[in-house]
Design a protein around this ligand. Structure first.
Ligand code: DPP
Ligand code: ZN
Length: 881
């Protein structure tokens, strides 16, 4: 397979001004005629350039250039491209190219291009799906105005949608129906969408800041209309927020969202016609958890925000993916923080970054936020591009201030509206709008790896000075042996033992109004900051709010961490101190597990957590996060020769200790927080449920008559899916007849509800019982299991491989073999989803020699299989390199 490189970018020789698509639907023989009004690109090289159209696996049924039919001998066609030789159009600056092809949506199991989700036609064109629909220069720097005519059987596809506005419809003499859509905004082909099916419609409207009325439409399967209210509300809040926060108004008179059951990813921001994985639209209290609601809100916002960051200003090439994704994730994170609790949202986002992006940056799949080479671009929709990409925007926001950042985005939109831009364009707009030099900052886009920042402080009581030394280093990553220092903001404070904020006056600064929280900029390998007028020994609270995506070595000891846990005025660092100490405890307990020593205790830590639990001033959602110990995955990143059994034993021991130490207050909290009043998915109620369910989790670890029945009782009493799932997850780990009863009752109640059934599969896949793999294998034979629906695969196979850190890593390697078998099976039908399962093996080098060898053997078995998709081939190669 060929490697594509950023350095090889060249502008397209031909542009497309307008495209007229004529699509006649049929499950096995959909006719696609495309008429492209093409224009020679003045910015490109010569006058003799060929016209090269992408087209993957498409038959060419007819081809006309300026109305003249060309014979096969006049052109070159491969399985990937169609080339009209430049000689045939020499001297002409404008050419019309018309092609006709035929595709089979019903046979499209890869779910890229045009496919059927149940009986509904839908498309997924990002990144390279459009070339599976018709012949086209399928690259994001070719922007065209689309006119799309769809013809279908009105009994089967009464709803036929595409981008933009509906400009005509009618019925043919033979009874077939047609509609025509026109999208006035030039766009790359990856934003094209088509949906046709028998769908129910839910409507609403939104008045924009300039007083325009926009019709809002959500299309779902019949029967799901009552699950759209939250998504619709989130959409309206997103539209308002983007006006207020970024001055961005919606630009068409119609905004449509369609929910489909079969979708490889979360959702897609097609212009005016977003297509969503149904799980990120549909919600009602008895089918969706609080997490589902939060994800719906965030993803609705994300796709909507793409209308400006991605659609109006798009990407020049796929290496610039972070330009739209990083910025749009940052915007959706800001939105959710405004809708909910900002500190809680920040902690959750950092948890996700550490869980998914840090391992990527530290392992064989490490790549810069803007990658420089790929074989299959689908493999680069990664946590690094998305989540670290967002962190880079967040750092700019901190370095430039909220107003400065807004000036930068205003300039960026003004300057590049209707264009395909680059990361350089974005940085230039930020720099120019603020008169700042961001050239060193730009290194974040090209240098992979998580910087490690180590800090050391000394207090001089006589001089009343505190000297803080910080150093940054970044370890080598694949292809990047030598690293340079980064420009990063370090938000920090100094606090007294009781958390009192101390003034931060740097040597040489005027006395006066001294801040107690400030942003210092790190640019060199090391910096020394001397604070004056420090009248007592301080504890440094560094990188508050996680102000840069680094691994921090604080140099702080147990006592200091416990003090920060008790009293740091920055909620993020308060949480962070507890996690740091939790990690310290887990590492100590793992050592004890390995030599089979009885586990030691840490009453001070338990007391510290108890104080958090008791603190009336704290948000329950924050308490829930503070009480949860670092995950097994996080610990794997901290050690060499990781032993999953020792990590599991240590986690169980630490949690059991916390549970028994805090049994009374946890029980009291559990009772106090028990469901009062009607269910609301809002952050306050969700936070209470979250804390109560953390209490349930802890209490259920105790072999104690007061706690033994809590989960089963909660399962029976629950009136919302959050509480139901928390109880079911707890029961699924337990050895009790109530377990089988609950699983059976749940299945019985929800067997016809595919989204809820996914939860039933994944809860069993993530059980820590020793028979989990056997259960998963049995479930692959369950009548409701299918490898054809990505959500189901992610629930069962993905749930087991990525969400079961102890049983997936069983020492006999059976879990690895199971995953590899499934990846190879799936590679034949849906390579994108197959490749997305594989990173479950990416940390293989971090495990003890036995597991390491077993994982490597499975990766080698995959890599040696032929044929293999580009998707899986590339990931397997990189993992083994
Ligand atoms: N562009 C899509 C997104 O919103 C990718 N599926 O992230
Ligand atoms: Zn996106």
């Amino acid at each position: 397979p060929r490697t594509i490189r950023l350095a090889e970018y060249s502008p397209p020789a031909w542009l497309v001004d307008e495209v007229a698509l004529d699509i006649v639907l049929h499950p096995d023989r959909t006719r696609v005629t495309a008429r492209l009004s093409m224009r020679r690109n003045p910015a490109a090289a010569g006058g003799a350039d060929d016209i090269v159209l992408d087209g993957r696996g498409l038959p060419l049924l007819a081809l006309k250039v300026d109305g003249r039919a060309l014979s096969p001998g006049e052109i070159t066609k491969t399985d990937e491209t169609l080339t009209v030789p430049g000689g045939l159009v020499a001297g002409r600056d404008r050419v019309s190219v018309e092609t006709e092809t035929e595709i089979a949506p019903a046979a499209n199991t890869a779910l890229e291009g045009l496919y059927l989700s149940k009986t509904c036609y839908c498309t997924q064109c990002e990144a390279h799906g459009f070339r599976k629909i018709t012949f086209y220069p399928d690259r994001p720097d070719v922007l065209a105005v689309f006119r799309t005519r769809i013809t279908g059987d009105p009994a089967k596809t009464p709803v036929m949608l595409s981008n933009g506005n509906k400009v005509g419809e009618g019925t043919l003499p033979d009874g077939r129906a047609w509609v025509e859509w026109h999208d006035p905004f030039p766009k790359p082909a990856y934003l094209f969408a088509l949906v046709a099916g028998d769908l129910a419609l839910v409507e609403d409207s939104f008045t924009t800041m300039s007083g325009r009325e926009v019709a809002l439409q959500i299309y779902v399967e019949h029967g799901n209309e009552d699950r759209t209210a939250y998504a619709m509300d989130a959409l309206k809040r997103s539209m308002r927020w983007d006006e207020e926060a970024y001055g961005r108004e919606y630009d068409l008179d119609l905004f449509m969202i369609v929910a489909v059951s079969d979708f490889n990813m979360g959702a897609m921001e097609n212009k005016g016609l977003n297509i969503f994985n149904a799980k990120y639209i549909l919600a009602k209290p008895d089918t969706a958890t609080d997490l589902d609601y939060a994800l719906i809100e965030g993803i609705i916002a994300h796709e909507y925000f793409h209308n400006w960051t991605g659609n109006r200003v798009t990407c020049r090439d796929w290496f610039q993916l972070c330009l739209k994704e990083g910025l749009t994730v940052f915007r959706d994170q800001q939105f959710s923080a405004d809708m909910r609790s900002a500190p809680v949202k920040r902690i959750e986002d950092v948890r996700a970054l550490r869980a998914r992006q840090f391992p990527e940056d530290a392992g064989p799949l490490a790549h810069p936020v803007r990658p420089e080479a790929y074989i299959e671009i689908n493999n680069f929709y990664t946590a690094t591009v998305y989540e670290k990409g967002s962190e880079l925007c967040r750092m700019l926001h901190l370095l430039l201030g909220a107003e400065g950042f807004r000036k930068g985005t205003d300039l960026y939109f003004d300057r590049h509206d209707g264009e395909a831009a680059t990361v350089e364009d974005f940085i230039a707009a930020m720099a120019e709008a603020n008169g700042r030099d961001l050239s060193q900052f730009a290194r974040w886009y090209s240098q992979a790896g998580t910087p490690v920042v180590s800090a050391a402080g000394t207090y001089d009581a006589d001089a009343r000075t505190y000297t803080l030394d910080v150093r940054q280093t970044t370890r080598p990553t694949p292809g990047q042996p030598a690293k340079s220092p980064m420009h990063m903001p370090m938000r920090m404070g100094l606090v007294g033992e009781d958390g009192t904020p101390l003034p931060l006056r740097l040597q040489g600064e005027e006395q006066g109004d001294t801040p107690t929280d400030r942003v210092l900029e790190l640019t060199g390998e090391s910096h020394r900051f001397v604070f004056e007028g420090v009248d007592r020994r301080p504890i440094p609270s560094l990188f508050r709010g996680f102000s840069a995506p680094v691994r921090l070595e604080t140099g702080l000891g147990e006592a200091e961490d416990l003090k920060l846990l008790a009293a740091d005025p920055d909620p993020f660092n308060r949480w962070e101190a507890g996690q740091r100490h939790g990690r310290r405890r887990l590492l100590a307990l793992m050592g004890e597990a390995l030599v089979q020593k009885p586990f030691s205790g840490d009453p001070d830590f338990c007391e510290g957590l108890g104080a958090v639990l008791a603190d009336e001033a704290l948000d329950p959602a924050f308490k829930a996060l503070a009480l949860q110990m670092p995950t097994a995955h996080a610990i794997v990143q901290e050690v060499t020769d990781a032993d999953p059994d020792a990590i599991f034993a240590a986690r169980q021991a630490l949690q059991a200790e916390i549970a028994s130490h805090l049994k009374a207050p946890l029980l009291a909290a559990y009772e106090r927080l028990s469901g009062a009043g009607d269910y609301s998915p809002d952050a306050a109620d969700a936070g209470r449920r979250s804390l109560r369910n953390v209490a349930l989790h802890y209490l259920s670890l105790l072999d104690d008559p007061d706690c033994r029945d809590l989960a089963a009782d909660q399962f029976r009493a629950a009136d919302n899916m959050t509480d139901t799932m928390a109880a079911l997850a707890t029961l699924t780990n337990m050895e009790t007849p109530a377990r089988e009863e609950a699983l059976a009752a749940f299945y019985d109640r929800f067997k016809d509800d595919e989204l809820v059934l996914d939860k039933w599969f994944s809860v069993q896949a993530t059980s820590w019982r020793p028979d989990a793999l056997q259960q998963v294998q049995t479930l692959t034979g369950h009548p409701a299991f299918t490898m054809r629906v990505p959500n189901r695969v992610y629930a069962l196979i993905g749930g087991f491989a990525s969400g079961n850190p102890v049983r997936f890593h069983g020492s006999d390697g059976a879990g690895y073999r199971f995953l590899a078998d499934r990846v190879l099976m799936l590679d034949k039908t849906n390579p994108m989803v197959a490749a997305r399962l594989l990173p479950a093996l990416s940390a293989w080098k971090r495990y003890e020699p036995g597991r390491r060898a077993l994982m490597k053997a499975e990766l080698e078995r995959i890599a040696a299989t032929e044929p293999l998709s580009k998707d899986v081939y590339e990931i397997a190669q990189r993992l083994l390199a």
